[in-house]
Design a protein around this ligand. Structure first.
Ligand code: GAL
Length: 664
């Protein structure tokens, strides 16, 4: 059904007819999609002293943030909550007022707390995304006038670069400002956020300074060490405005006006470098603004229906369509609008990340459907060609919802604020299962072999620990694995497994399982069966095979395959025959029959059920047992990427040359 054709088409669908099965069977999103949850420092940490704590007694709800979720003292426990959601990414913000409580005074303890949070996330294979400004200011900076004055920006840049210096070696994702249009309109038009003012003049000044601050921050961080590698972007809330009555020109005019002020002018500013702040007559050039985002963070919650009355406060009961459902926040659930929000930000021609989407729903009777609808829209948009890299649910747990206080509950976990007990909601279970069905599989590396053929020095050394190109081959493999979006790795070691003690790799949750005796490739997998996930990528610990995992995994999932192996046809010898995407014969013998037309290149995707069906105690070979037994059920994924092994000194030397060249 289409209600209006003014600000883009206001589509409404009959959600009862929508088939959500792809969300649960892992076929709705590409395997390297970022699955995340989001929070902000002031909303969860507790014990802050900033512009918000000063404002809270006079805010709409009058509620004070107080100890909030006491996250500052419950970091470890909350990390478990994040991990249990099967997410691959976590977005949080740095509380500037803790880090620099007085001008130029740095609190090393607070900095260390955030560094530790980052390290703990990485240990669990969860990638951090840091927001540098999420609505709160240190009191000293608020007293200087915060974003009202251009000369204040330098202090925020100093803070941002200091934290970038400390963390950018291990944090790839950075958000500069969260929702500048919300900060400006809530603080300076509607007066519901600090400093609680109502002045169009100030709104214009603050808006321009926010854009200046964002551009300067982006340029500064980009010029620093790790800057080129880091992904830095602005987070924009897109609130859609639709005319309440589509035939009424006044309603259309008002919707268009609000859309221009809240959405279009900001997007256009970022795109062109010229910014016309809300209610201004002329645009101004903002230095460095054009193209100042590697990605656009999109926060999407709802649409508002416009009438000629200019909102002067956040409506208690905004107008909604009769068939729409109100969230606890009173605005409607309108997932269809997310598509239009994608269209708006896609004008920037940069990757899109949904940095926030969620719903206030204390009893959780809407949230599961809210999640399904918004993910459905996102997956359709990806299929339509939108470059959407990830989705962060707002929020991890119930928290301090700004002017609304603790009444609006956005959490996948319910929080009892008396006891600080957290409980996973049904919607949290749903989100966790969708993330689980889609995230990259666990990686299993067979690293039992010794470097016997590589000379005396390596005779007693596991082959995968042999250094090539300046580091162990295993580290190269893990670099690749991490770059492909995998985060859980199981390394199966043999005798001398103790040589892996202390081996770590930032960003990966690494588990080592040592075999009790020489068990062969099959025996090693059987021995580790309790650690295997239902689906895993199997790699050889002495092969370097830099292929794209996403198409391989997608292939495996689309075919509901039990085993998908990578095959190359560009190899001097052949060891298998395939036809119509299926394996026919496999043989490791030297004399390959003439009809053999492929070579197994190493990386495969395996369903654990195979290990369980064919596994046995003792020593046995994976390839010699499984490949003949399953022959025509095995799917063949063609990929001509060269693979490297280090079985002999000559091949090791070639690999050395390869790494040295790629480093250059
Ligand atoms: C966003 C904001 C978040 C959160 C959310 C829910 O605008 O960035 O901090 O409060 O809204 O209303």
């Amino acid at each position: 059904m289409t209600v209006s054709d003014c600000m883009g088409v206001e589509e409404h669908r009959n959600w009862g007819d929508v088939d959500y099965s792809a969300l649960l069977n892992g076929q709705a999103f590409p395997p390297n999609f970022m699955w995340g949850v989001a929070t902000a420092s002031h909303q969860i940490e507790g014990g802050n002293a900033n512009n918000w704590t000063r404002f809270e007694p006079t805010s709409k709800s009058g509620q004070e943030s107080g100890i909030a979720c006491d996250h500052w003292n419950r970091k470890e426990q909350d990390l478990d909550l994040i991990e249990n959601l099967n997410v691959t990414h976590y977005r949080f913000s740095l509380e500037w007022s803790r880090i620099e409580p007085e001008m130029g005074v740095w609190n090393e303890e607070a900095i260390a707390w955030y560094c530790d949070l980052v390290d703990r996330l990485l240990e669990r294979g969860i990638q951090p995304m840091i927001t540098l400004h999420h609505f709160t200011n240190p009191l000293w900076w608020e007293d200087l006038g915060a974003f009202e004055k251009e000369e204040n920006i330098i202090y925020w840049i100093r803070f941002s670069s200091k934290m970038f210096e400390r963390l950018s070696d291990r944090v790839d994702w950075w958000c500069t400002l969260n929702e500048p249009a919300v900060y400006a309109s809530m603080g300076y038009v509607l007066g519901e956020f600090p400093p609680g003012q109502r002045s169009f003049k100030k709104t214009r000044m603050v808006s321009v300074n926010l854009m200046r601050a964002h551009a300067r921050c982006y340029r500064t961080l980009k010029s620093m060490e790790n800057g080129a590698r880091a992904q830095i972007g602005l987070v924009k809330n897109i609130n859609l405005f639709d005319p309440y009555r589509r035939w009424n020109p006044l309603h259309r005019f008002q919707a268009n006006l609000l859309d221009g002020m809240f959405n279009r002018c900001w997007i256009k500013g970022l795109k062109t470098g010229r910014f016309k702040p809300p209610s201004a007559v002329r645009s101004i050039a903002v230095e460095g603004l054009k193209g100042s985002s590697d990605f656009i963070g999109l926060n999407y919650y709802t649409h508002l229906l416009a009438t000629p009355f200019m909102p002067t406060k956040v409506e208690i009961d905004p107008l909604i369509r009769p068939w729409e459902e109100r969230t606890d926040f009173r605005y409607p659930m309108y997932a269809e609008g997310l598509k239009r929000a994608f269209e708006m930000v896609a004008q920037l021609n940069i990757p899109i990340i949904v940095t926030e989407n969620g719903v206030a729903d204390d009893d959780d009777d809407m949230r599961p459907e809210h999640i399904r609808r918004h993910l459905q829209i996102t997956s359709e948009a990806i299929a339509d060609g939108f470059d959407i890299k990830g989705f962060y649910h707002w929020s991890l747990m119930d928290n301090f919802e700004w002017a609304e206080g603790y009444e609006q509950c956005f959490g996948l976990y319910h929080v009892d604020f008396e006891t600080q007990e957290r409980t996973l909601r049904k919607s949290g279970e749903l989100y966790a299962s969708i993330a689980k069905a889609h995230r990259m599989p666990q990686v299993v590396i067979l690293a039992g072999g010794l470097g016997t053929r590589l000379g005396e020095k390596t005779e007693h050394k596991p082959k995968s620990l042999i250094e090539v190109g300046g580091k162990p081959i295993l580290t190269h493999i893990l670099d690749w694995v991490r770059g492909q979006g995998c985060n859980r790795v199981l390394v199966l070691t043999g005798h001398h497994g103790e040589q892996f003690d202390g081996f770590a790799h930032a960003g990966l949750d690494l588990t080592f399982v040592q075999e009790t005796e020489q068990l062969g490739t099959g025996g090693a997998l059987w021995n580790a069966r309790d650690h295997l996930e239902d689906e895993f990528i199997l790699l050889w610990g002495d092969d370097y095979h830099p292929i794209d995992y996403a198409p391989l995994v997608q292939h495996h999932r689309n075919e509901s395959s039990a085993l998908t192996m990578t095959v190359t046809t560009e190899h001097e010898v052949m060891n298998l025959q395939f036809e119509d995407g299926r394996l026919l014969k496999y043989s490791k013998e030297d004399d390959a029959p003439r009809e053999f037309n492929g070579y197994e290149a190493g990386t495969s995707v395996v369903s654990k059920s195979i290990v369980m069906a064919h596994g046995k105690e003792g020593a046995w070979s994976w390839e010699k047992t499984i490949y003949p037994a399953l022959a025509d059920q095995i799917h063949v994924h063609l990929d001509a990427t060269k693979f490297w092994d280090m079985g002999t000194p000559e091949r090791l030397q070639k690999l050395e040359m390869f790494f040295n060249e790629t480093r250059r």
